[in-house]
Design a protein around this ligand. Structure first.
Ligand code: KG4
Ligand code: ZN
Length: 340
């Protein structure tokens, strides 16, 4: 079965990136991502504008993906698409497009869970490792989700813990907004954090039982802290930007590391992988690498291009589902809330 030649066209449109990829089995032939800049003006993703931008982008993005892969669409074995979770209007664009194209080409359709795809991105060929061995723990860190998942097999996953309020990406983005940084602020906090002192401003860590997370209290304490300091010195943020960012990042990384350590303790599983946009963060990557040495874990960090939203991860998930004959029929609809 592994030796078969499977070409998958994958489509991702769950949030504010329109993406299409072509995979030959587990190898990525093309992975085109059109990031919607329009949301920067509003300080966050505006769902209605996202749907419209997907509508404009989807045809050229799919066309580009096929061109770069240098294959004719008649060669495609199946079309994989993100069914959810995500913004419904955005998901509908990719879902409708995928269904129509599969119908036109008379080929199978494979629906994909976006969070499962962030985890299976580790199995894309061409990373520096062969993919984690089962079972492993996956920490999914994105703008909409924060979960600890026990991955028993490619398509067998169990959520052990998740956020009770804001996602970790939101914690980064909302903190950045308080500091007056543009959306999405996560990558900017990361850049400034690398120039600052992580111990400059201690922020409290939330107390949450078990393997669940909470980030909304942190956001509030950052807001109150900044408001208080700015009252005394209007230039406080400007003068201390790097130290504030380093302190915020340090606190978030400590929250994540405490929970993943607890998950390792509870399960006895020492293989740890991360996925989702925030797994691009240099702080969490460094903390995991040092835990690997200190505790004898095996840590898997995906390539940066497969951390943030992309269709290649939808393609690899589609490939595994296709190989297990988990196909979808034309009655399928998008699902904004969709558990792994
Ligand atoms: O997975 P993703 O691309 O989209 C969702 O499915 O939500 O994640 C986007 C999130 C945003 O909150 C963005 O600020 C954050 O990932 N992000 C980062 C970094 N790169 C992206 N946060 C912190 N440090 C980074 N380097
Ligand atoms: Zn994502």
């Amino acid at each position: 079965m592994e030796n078969k030649t499977i070409y998958i066209l994958a489509i991702e449109s769950s949030c504010d990136d329109t993406s299409a990829a072509v995979l030959l089995n587990k190898k990525v032939l093309s992975n085109v991502v059109a990031t919607q800049k329009i949301h920067q003006e509003y300080g966050g993703v505006v769902p209605e504008l996202a749907s419209r931008a997907h509508q404009q982008n989807i045809v050229p993005v799919v066309h580009q993906a096929l061109m770069r892969a240098n294959i004719d669409k008649k060669l495609l074995s199946a079309i994989a698409f993100t069914r959810g979770p995500g913004l419904l209007g955005s998901l509908l664009v990719g879902t409708s497009f995928a269904k129509s194209l599969a119908l036109g080409l008379q080929i199978p359709l494979v629906e994909v869970n976006h969070m499962q795809a962030h985890i299976l991105a580790h199995f894309i060929d061409g990373q520096d490792y062969r993919g984690p061995s089962f079972p492993f723990l996956a920490l999914t860190l994105s703008g909409g989700h924060t979960q600890i998942v026990l991955v028993k097999d490619y398509l067998k996953m169990e959520i052990l813990g998740e956020t009770l309020d804001d996602a970790v990406g939101e914690a980064f983005d909302k903190s950045a907004k308080i500091l007056g940084l543009p959306y999405p602020g996560g990558p900017l906090i990361d850049i400034y954090a690398q120039l600052g002192n992580p111990k400059a401003f201690p922020f409290p860590k939330p107390r949450v039982a078990g393997l669940n997370f909470s980030f909304s209290g942190l956001k509030t304490s950052i807001l109150y802290f900044v408001q208080k300091e700015v009252k005394a010195n209007p230039n406080f943020v400007l003068e201390n930007r790097n130290d504030i960012c380093a302190s915020i990042q340090h606190t978030i990384v400590r929250i994540l590391m405490d929970k993943i350590k607890e998950a390792v303790k509870q399960t006895g599983v020492k293989h740890v992988a991360i996925g989702g946009g925030v797994s691009a963060n240099s702080g969490i990557r460094a903390a995991l690498k040092s835990a690997e040495k200190k505790y004898g874990w095996h840590v898997y960090l995906p390539k940066l291009e497969y951390c943030t939203d992309n269709a290649a991860m939808i393609g690899i998930t589609g490939y595994f589902k296709f190989m297990q004959n988990q196909l979808t029929d034309q009655n399928i609809s998008a699902k904004a809330r969709y558990k792994i």
